[in-house]
Design a protein around this ligand. Structure first.
Ligand code: SF4
Ligand code: SF4
Length: 65
């Protein structure tokens, strides 16, 4: 099971690439000018994307171990 659930609010996302560049595992990508999940299994739940998104468009929910 993935370590976290990635939720992206496309209405808030402006496709700035910050989250894609920050993600240490390559779990995110930009599709049609919006952030998207590329591979949820790669997400470690580090929260970097959620914390640094200027538009609060990503919410990470860590799964229980
Ligand atoms: S950092 Fe936020 S606004 Fe920028 S691409 Fe990622 S989700 Fe979208
Ligand atoms: S929580 Fe960390 S590993 Fe998961 S998508 Fe965001 S930056 Fe990448």
């Amino acid at each position: 099971m993935a370590k976290a659930v990635i939720e992206i609010n496309a209405e808030c996302c402006k496709g700035c690439y910050i989250c894609v560049e920050l993600c240490p595992t390559g779990a995110l990508e930009i599709k049609d000018f919006k952030a998207a999940v590329k591979d949820a299994e790669l997400c470690t739940g580090c929260m970097s994307c959620e914390l640094r998104c200027p538009d609060f468009a990503i919410i990470i929910t860590r799964n229980a171990k």
